[in-house]
Design a protein around this ligand. Structure first.
Ligand SMILES: *Cc1c(COP(=O)(O)O)cnc(C)c1O
Length: 396
């Protein structure tokens, strides 16, 4: 038997963390890593944050899980908080991002079904999107590496170019249910939508009674310096998926919707065994206690500016490797002139964690709790590593 006990679907790196403290991770031999990957935009509060840790410990000892068959004071309270802070009127809690997107897709289809328009089941989605790894969410992207070998995929998705408003509008037909997109693409390479694009999609949804569905699994929950990225654009969705940072490392997600959009989601139409259990709600509340206030969000924007400026300042010293910086808040990407995957792998050997993405981008996604000293340490280490880096022949 050559297969590993862990199904070998990830190219697992030699970084083997066993402990975390703030912005640092420690491996089995005690080696230290500066973590500017944060579990891929998950650990908003870093590792071992006292408020989040205590909330989970206390709740675990009080009541961990019951069932959605019972009333949920914990779920009601966190759903109310999300509704108060966003466009939403109602929330379905999930265990992951893909499930939040699944719920969003189902909600959009049910909206039209409930109006007697079951033929309006088709979502227009966008090139290089990432919505998760379930059958529906891989059907909603054109990325071959996510889709190959899993046919037959689900029908009901039409992919057009991201940020191409004319193409999106031209794709609308009698079967269209709405649009599904990331306001800022993450895995696709930290690509923000233009304001014109999102505003144009919103206008089309209003005109044709379509659902605007945002996947804010990566860009949501304070990552960009707004609680949700749609606020930067002033473009409000009908349905939105949230996950990753929402539990600060505890696995959870949420599908948020306006009352109008959720019209079809009546008793019996959807469910989840674990979704929204008391332990998850305690984690979500603890994260929001820290991030959901103007002062914290302003700090994220300031740190984002500082980190961005420091990266931009460094680029001319290594312009054979780096091209430009893009992104919003602490969701940043450095576009590279060489293979970003190989470079990120190399950085790990230098004690530095970042994440590669599409379009040869190195994602920089630190905990939102970083301090000035961590920004300096990151950029110093990155610059030193870049100076020593030998571009692999195959990737040059
Ligand atoms: C990570 C991600 C998902 C999938 O989340 P999982 O928790 O891995 O299922 C969906 N959409 C976006 C934009 C993501 O970044």
């Amino acid at each position: 038997m050559a297969i590993t006990p862990l199904m070998p679907v990830y190219p697992r790196s030699p970084v083997r963390p066993v402990r975390g403290e703030g912005v640092y991770l420690y491996g089995e031999e005690g080696e230290r890593y500066l973590d500017f990957a944060a579990g891929i935009a998950v650990n908003l509060l870093g590792h071992g944050h006292p408020h989040l840790t205590k909330a989970i410990q206390d709740q675990a000892a009080t009541l961990m899980h019951v069932s959605n068959l019972y009333g949920s004071p914990q779920g009601e309270a966190f759903a109310q908080r999300l509704c108060d802070l966003t466009f939403a009127d109602t929330v379905f809690f999930t265990n992951s991002g893909a499930e939040a997107v699944e719920c969003a897709i189902k909600t959009a289809r049910r909206y039209h079904f409930a109006k007697g328009n079951a033929h309006k089941h088709n979502l227009i989605t966008f090139s290089n999107a990432f919505h998760g790894r379930t059958m529906a969410t891989i059907s909603a992207t054109d990325q071959a590496k996510l889709r190959d070998g899993f046919a037959p995929l689900l029908t009901g998705f039409t992919v057009v170019d991201f940020n191409d408003l004319d193409a999106a509008l031209a794709a609308i037909d009698e079967n269209t249910a709405g649009f599904l997109l990331e306001p800022i693409q993450g895995e696709g390479g930290i690509r923000p939508a233009t304001h014109e694009f999102l505003a144009g999609l919103r206008a089309a949804c209003d005109e044709h009674d379509l659902m605007l569905v945002f996947d804010e699994v990566q860009c949501g929950v304070a990552r960009t310096g707004a609680l949700y990225a749609y606020e930067h654009y002033g473009v409000v969705p009908d349905i939105m998926a949230s996950a990753k940072g929402i539990g600060g490392g505890f696995p959870m997600g949420a599908c948020l919707a306006s009352e109008k959009a959720a019209a079809g989601m009546v008793i019996g139409t959807h469910g989840s065994t674990y979704g929204g259990n008391p332990l998850a709600m305690a984690a979500g509340q603890a994260v929001f206690d820290v991030v959901a206030n103007d002062e914290f969000l302003a700090e994220v924007r300031q740190k984002g500016e500082r980190l961005r400026a420091a990266l931009e300042q460094m680029i001319p010293n290594h312009d054979h490797l780096f091209e430009s910086v893009r992104g919003v808040g602490l969701m940043l990407g450095v576009r590279m002139k060489t293979d970003s995957r190989a470079f990120v792998t190399y950085l790990r050997t230098k004690g530095l964690l970042a994440v590669s993405a599409g379009d040869n981008v190195m994602r920089v996604l630190p905990p939102l709790t970083i301090e000035e000293e961590h920004i300096r340490e990151f950029v110093d280490m990155l610059s030193a590593a870049a100076a020593e880096y030998e571009v692999p022949a195959a990737a040059a």
